[in-house]
Ligand binder design. Structure first.
Ligand code: NAP
Length: 350
């Protein structure tokens, strides 16, 4: 293929703003043309996308009113999210042809990326370790895994022996947060939405206890059973009724690190939370978390977690679908829990 030639480029196009649960039909498979050379004199990069990451926050970009920290998607343009890519051409001094990178890219076979300093949508990190599956940079060694690290160590203020509860515990973030907590010597309980996931939590990730929240008639009873002495740390991924049930079960000076609230993302009116006075009674600290504020810690996260992987101290479950056309179903599936582990879409093998 000659340098500046255009190639066809399959894309997943965001159709229009969404209310309620997202549907596959909110995204359309389309095809366009893209040159594989960056424009003369520009600092842009052309990448071939290998893996795409399905993340719950993508739902908030489908709202007409943006979530406040990131813009909404543009109807008619490709979905944009985290992925793993290979540099095809670069006008940027930090990247060269052949580099493997992870960061924000388009849901398409090839993307032209423009990196602007300080733009959270311009995150692009060169991949240092290739002795692990490259797909790990969508999850375990990418945004989800790094969120688990930064939220657990920076916000949860963990101590050995703490009683730790993690909701959506088998997902991209939760499975790693739980394993960090175990490695610190905490007592760790996770909840998830199927018996298969509960089994993985206990038998693959070494959680002390786990329960299927969909089979518990009373979440308060389930939490009391798992934490007769109460919870020191709640790693919050779910919100709503789960948060309400956790609050009265917190111990004095407990910490609630709010990583996400997936149960609320598709509701037009968020659910009310009734037990907030427990925060006063138990002097609980509740703090929100945003991963992009912590990127300066990525190198130390990478070294620690890569070491743990090599030593066999950390395991990671991925749910991998082949083909960009499977992306919409995979993304929508996050909101019914159809993913078992981190949801990844393969666009191309290297
Ligand atoms: P994930 O767990 O891999 O996928 C989402 C899971 O959420 C589903 O598999 C499902 O598992 C569960 N879920 C879906 N709807 C639910 C509901 N109504 N009630 C309870 N559980 C529900 O996703 P992830 O990437 O690890 O993300 C987990 C949380 O972290 C999300 O809230 C996400 O927004 C948040 N997050 C925040 C940041 C940040 O910077 N603040 C960064 C990354 C992620 P079940 O089968 O268990 O229901």
């Amino acid at each position: 293929m000659a340098g500046g030639d255009e190639v066809s480029n399959k894309q997943i196009i965001f159709k229009d703003f969404v209310t309620g649960f997202p549907k596959e039909s909110d995204m359309i498979l389309s095809s366009s043309k893209i040159p594989l050379k960056v424009p003369q004199g520009s600092k842009a990069i052309v990448v071939k996308n290998l893996y795409l990451s399905c993340d719950p926050y993508l739902r908030s970009r489908m709202n007409r009113i943006p979530p406040g920290y990131i813009p909404s998607f543009t109807p008619g343009s490709p979905i944009v999210g985290f992925g793993v890519s290979k540099v095809i051409d670069s006008g940027h001094p930090d990247f060269k042809k052949g580099d493997l990178v992870w960061g924000v890219t388009g849901w398409e076979e090839y993307s032209l990326l423009t990196l602007t300093d300080g733009d959270i949508l311009a995150t692009l990190i060169k991949i240092k370790y290739t002795d692990v599956p490259l797909s790990y940079y969508t999850g375990l060694l990418g945004m989800a895994g790094f969120s688990a690290y930064a939220c657990f160590y920076e916000i949860c203020a963990p101590k050995k022996g703490d009683y730790v509860y993690i909701s959506a515990a088998s997902g991209g973030v939760g499975q790693l947060a739980g394993q960090y907590a175990k490695l610190m010597g905490c007592y760790v309980v996770g909840s998830a939405g199927s018996n298969e996931k509960v089994n993985i939590l206990k038998n693959k990730f070494g959680f002390d206890e786990a329960f299927n929240y969909k089979e518990e008639p009373d979440l308060n009873v389930a939490l009391k059973r798992c934490f007769p002495e109460g919870i020191d740390i709640y790693f919050e991924n779910v919100g709503g009724q789960m948060l309400d049930a956790v609050l009265p079960n917190m111990r004095e000076h407990g910490r609630i690190a709010v990583c996400g609230m997936i149960s609320q993302y598709n509701l037009e009116k968020p659910e009310g939370v009734h037990n907030l006075f427990s925060i006063v009674v138990k002097r609980v600290r509740m703090e929100g978390f945003m991963v992009f504020e912590h990127y300066h810690l990525y190198p130390q996260f990478l070294e620690l977690t890569h070491q743990y992987i090599k030593e066999g101290k950390i395991f990671y479950v991925e749910d991998i679908v082949e083909g960009i056309e499977k992306g919409p179903a995979a993304l929508v599936g996050l909101f019914t829990g159809s993913n078992v582990g981190k949801q990844v879409v393969v666009v191309a093998h290297e």
